[in-house]
Design a protein around this ligand. Structure first.
Ligand code: IPE
Ligand code: IPE
Ligand code: MG
Length: 241
């Protein structure tokens, strides 16, 4: 049963920096990829928890534009994991009413993965219970840069002029054009930094940094973090009476 009262005060859009997979595996004497696989199982649990928590939009950071700097083994293992995740989860996501979309630059991703991403977006495009956005090869600076380039093309070709360039127009050129801004950004693993995630969109987001490593982040803990958010006063720069 949806918790109506909580849902009312709770965040509509939650974004998560899923961090700590590598350390989780290392603590167990296992390769880092073992942690990534454990992390993927938590994604399933957290997505399923969203309807009851009143979370309509969930955006998760899966791979950053900087993560290419990792070893070839880890990068290749992660790419294989993304392909497998999409293949295995597509049916359940469709049946559970989840609409999936991806943000980030697809140009550097391999064709097979991109076609799986495209197909999953299409397959779930009629769903509307939960909007799951997966940030894959995503970086906030890269996103704003690509948006600026596309805006420049519009101007060059005479469809827009420099006077059209305001925050609202720029937002429409971002990968997140279909999303409301996040209300709450959660980062696991004890690191208190943004690491290039949703830089523009999080201007007024609340942040919650939890020590738990991502593979240990349960639906119960997610619920606790959301409950904590309900008590916060967001001022958006104004003085509230
Ligand atoms: C987050 O976990 C997942 C990705 C960045 C792909 P990490 O792999 O960053 O784990 P730690 O931070 O090294 O523990
Ligand atoms: C951020 O985590 C990216 C993802 C969770 C996908 P990182 O582990 O890559 O960030 P840093 O390197 O600690 O800043
Ligand atoms: Mg990390």
């Amino acid at each position: 049963m949806p918790k109506d009262t909580d849902a009312h005060h709770g965040p509509q859009h939650v974004a998560i920096i899923m961090d700590g997979n590598g350390r989780w595996a290392t603590q167990r004497g296992r390769p880092r990829l073992f942690g990534h696989h454990a992390g993927a199982r938590r994604v399933r649990e957290i997505v399923r928890a969203c309807p009851d928590e009143g979370v309509k939009y969930l955006t998760i950071f899966a791979f950053s534009t900087e993560n290419w700097k990792r070893t070839q083994t880890e990068v290749a293992g992660l790419m294989a994991l993304f392909r497998r995740y999409i293949e295995r989860e597509a049916r359940a996501l469709l049946d559970e009413g989840v609409r999936v979309r991806f943000i980030g630059d697809r140009m550097k991703l391999d064709d097979k993965l991109v076609s799986l991403m495209d197909n999953l977006e299409l397959l779930t495009s009629e769903n509307n219970k939960v909007h799951l956005t997966i940030a894959l090869n995503y970086g906030g600076r890269d996103e704003v840069t690509r948006a600026a380039q596309r805006l420049a093309v519009e101007i060059e070709q005479g469809r827009l002029t420099h006077k059209d360039v305001d925050a609202e127009t720029l937002s429409k050129f971002l990968d997140t054009q279909f999303l409301p801004d996040p209300d709450l950004v959660i980062r696991t693993s004890g690191e208190a930094r943004i690491s290039n995630f949703l830089l523009w969109q999080s201007a007024y987001a609340e942040y919650e940094f939890v020590d738990t490593l991502w593979p240990d982040f349960s639906a119960a803990e997610f619920s606790k973090v959301l409950a904590g958010y309900g008590g916060r006063e967001r001022r958006f720069g104004a003085v509230l009476a």
